[in-house]
Design a protein around this ligand. Sequence first.
Ligand code: AHR
Length: 866
Amino acid sequence: MPPRIPATARAETRLRFVSVALGATLVLAAATSTHGAPAETGRAIITIDASRPGPAVNPRMYGVFLEEINHSVDGGLYGELVRNRGFEDSREPEGYVHAHGRWENRAGFPAGFERFGYRTDGVPFWTLLCEGSARGAMHLEKTGGLTPESAYCLRIDAEAVDAGGRLAVANEGFFGIGAKAGARYHLSLTARATAPFAGPLRVRLENAQGVPCSDEITLSGIGADWTRLSGVLTASATDPKTRLVVSVGAAGTVWLDFVSLFPERTWKDRPNGQRADLAQLIADLRPGFVRFPGGCVVEAGSLETAYDWKLTVGPVESRAERWGPWSQRRTQGMGLLEYLRFCEDLGAEPLYVGFAGQTCIFRAREHIPMEDMPAIRDNLLDAVEFANGAPDTRWGALRAKAGRAEPFDLKLLEIGNENQGPEFGRRYRFIQEAVAARFPKITTIADLSFTSRESLGGAHFDIEDQHYYNSPRWFASGFRMFDGRDRALPPLYLGEVASTTGEAGPTRGNLRAALSESVFLLGCERNADVVRMVSYAPLLGHVEGRTELPEAPPPWHAMIYFDGTRAYGTASYQAWKMLGTNRPDRVLRSDLAFPDAAPFAVRGEIGLGTWADSAEFKDVRVERDGQVVYQSDFARGTEGWRPASGRWSVVDGAYRQSRPGQGFAYFGDPSWQDYTLTLRARHLKGPEGFLVVFGRQDKSRLWWNLGGWGNSQHAVEQNQTVLGAPARGRLESERWYDVKVEVRGARVRCFLDGALVHETEAAREETFFTVAGRDEATGEIVLKAVNLAAAPVSAELRLPGLTFSAGRELVLTSRSLDDNNRLDAPLAVSPTERAFPAAGERLAHDFPPRSLTVLRLTEKSSPPAR
Ligand code: AHR
């Protein structure tokens, strides 16, 4: 069966859908209904057995993935405020050609060049201001710039400049230049002029109406050679959208290059460093590692733009810019050294991802020929030497020259990102063997999100990376996803994890997404022996700079959003922060029981459906206790049937869904239970078969999927999670089949043409999840719980053998699952904290509706909590 979520072709390929046979399944939608809510389950008993330690949790389990996407680095984390500072933005995207009215890679995949105002025939992001009596022009010159790498520069011809006018150039920054009243900004630019022009240039920040937002500095002393001029601007207003205006004080010709404006206070006061508020939001996650620089940035959309760290080191004006895969030119201002320093300042392990010789599989991949792979391999080895080599090694010396003699001790190296196929396998192996021989202590990571283990042809990897972009519903059913992982396989790094579908809200990351991802992460923690590392993706996004894969909406989301002056973390950010900063050192065995729960029974309406096809149905009959509750006669009408999607009509006495694709029609009563549904069905057109729905209530339903998975198997699914074992089988088109579904309590039996195909058991939808552990430094027991239901869960915590003296509770919740944070309400969905008395071995605790809770319990004898 194809992916469950109707999506673009791109999204279909990238989303991973894993159907796991679970003893219980979950529907997040239940959180808005009463179905499956605690009224049916009653009180919970959580027993934590501290004498039965589970797996140790990697101290660096929770990390971040930092990639140049959504204007996250240039225009975001990297402190530079001027856009197109080196005037290189009108360069053609390297390795792309202009065809069909756009820039495309050699295989015809668009570069996304036009998306944010790039053009090759002007000076993007700079405007000439010719006000009053002033006369003049600006031109891009493609030679003569400050360095060979920054060869383009701006020429300004000032013909008339007098008291009645102003001739100036203005830079709009990245969707505006953020100014904060009272903050100081370092301005520097290089200029040269033809005599007799000697300046001055006047520089200040202004708002869109031309009102000054800073003081003005005057720069003079401009000669025939490039001269660096600098000064400090102090902002007089807070405005996320100012512009930097450079006015020419006299007639003549002047050239500008490398115009830069940097906040004086970067994070940790690093020169060429990071925007402080964004870096702090990342630091507040206390990440154990930082994966960088991509993602697709590493692989790129053309061989010429694949990430080459050597272009990212040395003086910033000598770093050759490259077109990035996310509709943005990369200045390389935040280069390898800056990334490594940032990791160190965060106290996080760097995880460097290197190019593996295959460009992005979603952008019509290209390969470096095997005979040219030694250069790619060596470049990666050189990157490790740059990070780790002594100052007397070739690349260690370059690092030392840049001001950092001490090696960084890079330990984690990922070879490639989201690559695919045996071509990748060969290249991976070629690089990995060299890395292992030269740097035996390096941990190598292989991304198997879109390729098989077999495709690596036996090549070694220490950790397997997997990426999961999916719906909140999918994450909420992932609590047990790793329970069955073969422990003999290499452990996992889940490098890119996020709810990406519409239910996660327009910017993604709403409370629904946060809680669903939390269920999944609790599942990772309880399997901490196999899930060693996790990171959300993407991390950062400018509210106006969300990028996308050309021709494949929706735009990328982020965990931290910002504009020029403000920033906030989504509800997902808050949840990941709570989980990551309350990581236990060891999982403790715990049991969750609902002793008063009523026995579960499948209950609800029936329905007919298709996934990707057209099909028709007749002789639908429902019997209960030997009584016929319903018998269709479609020739006479379809009264009581409620089509929900597709195109339904009666053709020759059969009820037909005639639009190939998803189509559902429902009938009956949500209270129906213990019934036998029989019908005749035939497939008409399409790659699969048909679906027979039963037990439908609210958004929850079961179906028998006949001819699913590309017409290769049949399976019973509860909310799209397979129950029991699927059965191999295919349906013939145009043939009538006899279908029978028998529901007794929770038991389901399915017959095709009289033969029993499945016998399985449905289970109550889980809406409450817990995982327990111990923080060894403080001795505290840490209990994490997610309650997805609309009602609180009253629980009794049993901690045999332990006596408690104090407790702390952190709770993330909100009125609606749709709630999220915003620029103007950055903490609308954020945790509240409270201390509570705890004494003895048992505690009564209520877990609020729609919530993530972290409880920290201090044992009587253990040291006081942090
Ligand atoms: O996180 C955004 C992108 O998604 C990454 O660049 C890539 O690895 C994945 O396809």
